[in-house]
Design a protein around this ligand. Structure first.
Ligand SMILES: [Zn+2]
Length: 534
């Protein structure tokens, strides 16, 4: 996803900080006993959408394996939607609704290790809410229905019943969407076929071959035109409104360069069997897995602006690069709790810089990433409280990326860095992880204790400050880190741009000789995101 406008972002951050989690937030954000007792295997979401009536109805077939004996599981469905019935075979199951949660009860104990399948029937008029509408029933400029979903944050249970959390994903999924004849539905996965239902509706069937986040599941119903291409063994499919088709044919081929860059750094595109799709939508964009949605005006930059303000954003389409970066970080590797969403956004933002480096070199990449400093507020930790359905502050994007750039400088060996980040992706692909997993990986693979560095940047608000005290008469400088983390230590380059030397400050004062006076002594703050006090 991409961030909000700054003013709104600050406002929301402030609101979140003051917020005590509600009962509903704990039900949504927690991983309670009726979620933890089962493991999702498969969904078949099979719905009918009436764009005129803004109505959706149908069923989700949910297959899961019990991990413990139990008689109850927790699913989720927004209160605005009606539960029609929940069936185990032909047996109707009792259920209890509690805000957005639906607790389903079974007449007999479900046994650990066994697989069960239930059909959850529902219907109603979903609420349009959130930044992108969640599920939005609109019309395109020529008056055709245009229905799109984008529900990260508010949650997929806004428009379909599922186990609405981040930790557990189905292994694969089927999506069937019946819509009025003449329209097209583009969802995630591989297009299987369409069936005329004989009642004015046509069903579009899609098959997702990989684990998928609930919020990535997407409907895009409209008067779309389609064109196709390939990159190696990855099918590329592009969908745009007829009036925008020419613009799309010019802009969407940027997807190839994006895929080449990210495959270079991290390895094969994660969802080859599902292909890669770009789909025009009325909002800026979203990383829907294998079906990235796009509303960036068919222009470079972000919404026609130079996003980091240093002249590099106008060279590429920000939404194609950022949202598609999530295919590796966010969709393939997923955070197990929204609290650790920097694993999606910090990494996707860092991948923008890698894209710049791949295309235009290291110097432009450094310029691009340092352009993000003006967007960091350092007002709240990047990692939000866990288990309470809370989105972390916007710093997870920019500070997250600047932190990864800093980590590269700490490793101080680019060949090693490329191997590390590729290895990191390969090790955790298709898995749901937390920050602890990231830290453990980097500690193990570098042989360094990077825990205080990760913790300072992700769990505290303040940047580390390099304190310098000069004694020009004696030609010395004293230095130390001021940081929240006890035992914070991080190497940093100081001196002059042509002759950096690496020092290893700790939180205790050390002294070194320098021929440089206070006003000549520089710190490589484009390589390390730190404050300097002198
Ligand atoms: Zn994003």
């Amino acid at each position: 996803m991409f961030f909000r406008e700054l003013v709104l972002g600050v406002l929301l951050s402030w609101t979140c900080a003051a917020q005590v989690p509600t009962h509903a937030d704990i039900l949504r954000g927690g991983y309670g006993p009726y979620r933890a007792n089962n493991d999702l295997l498969f969904y078949h979401l099979d719905v009918r959408v009436d764009p005129e009536k803004k109505f959706i109805g149908g069923k989700n077939t949910i297959r899961f394996r019990m991990l413990q004996d139990g008689t109850r599981i927790q699913l989720d469905l927004h209160e605005a939607l009606h539960v029609d019935k929940i069936l185990l075979g032909s047996t109707a199951l009792p259920y209890q609704r509690d805000s957005g949660a639906v607790f389903v009860d079974f007449p007999e104990t479900l046994r650990a290790g066994r697989v069960y399948t239930i059909d959850f029937y529902y219907s109603g008029n979903p609420v349009e809410t959130g930044r992108f509408g969640g599920i939005a029933f609109r019309q395109d400029p020529s008056g055709h229905p245009w229905v799109n979903t984008a529900c990260e944050g508010i949650g997929a249970s806004l428009w379909w019943p599922n186990k609405d959390q981040w930790r557990d994903e189905v292994e694969n999924m089927q999506i069937s969407v019946a819509i009025p004849n003449g329209l097209i539905d583009v969802s995630n996965g591989k297009f299987v076929g369409k069936t005329d239902l004989g009642d004015g509706y046509t069903r579009w069937d899609w098959r997702v071959h990989y684990p998928i986040n609930n919020y990535d599941v997407s409907l895009n119903i409209g008067n779309y035109q389609h064109f196709a291409d390939r990159l190696g063994n990855v099918p590329l499919d592009f969908y745009a409104l007829p009036e925008d088709l020419d613009k799309a044919r010019k802009q969407f081929p940027q997807a190839k360069g994006m895929l080449e860059a990210f495959q270079h750094y991290f390895g094969e595109y994660p969802f080859r069997k599902d292909g890669y799709k770009l789909i025009e939508v009325p909002y800026s964009g979203m990383e829907h897995q294998s079906a990235v949605t796009y509303g960036n005006h068919f222009a470079n930059g972000y919404l026609e602006r130079d996003w980091t303000g240093v002249g590099i954003s106008p060279r590429f389409d920000f939404i194609i690069v950022h949202e598609s970066a999530h295919e590796w970080f966010g969709n393939s590797i997923t955070a197990a709790d929204q609290s650790d969403m920097w694993i999606h956004e910090g990494w996707a933002t860092y991948l923008e810089c890698l894209y710049v480096e791949y295309r235009w070199g290291r110097e432009d990449a450094l310029k691009y990433i340092n352009g993000y400093k003006s967007k960091v507020s350092n007002a709240q930790p990047i990692i939000a409280p866990r288990g309470v359905n809370r989105e972390p502050p916007q710093d997870m994007y920019f500070k997250g990326a600047l932190f990864l750039n800093t980590l590269r400088s700490v490793v101080d060996d680019d060949r090693r860095w490329w191997a590390l980040i590729r290895g990191f992706y390969q090790h955790f692909k298709y898995r749901n992880i937390m920050t602890e997993d990231v830290v453990e990986y980097f500690n193990r693979e570098t042989g360094m204790n990077l825990t205080p560095v990760f913790d300072q940047y992700l769990r505290h608000t303040a940047l580390p400050t390099l304190e310098l005290t000069f004694d020009d008469a004696n030609g010395t400088v004293r230095y130390r880190w001021k940081a929240d983390e006890q035992g914070f230590t991080m190497p940093v380059r100081v001196g002059t741009k042509d002759h950096w030397r690496i020092i290893r400050p700790t939180t205790s004062w050390q002294t070194m000789k320098t021929p440089l006076r206070k006003d000549q002594f520089d710190v490589a703050t484009d390589l390390y995101y730190v404050n300097v006090a002198r």
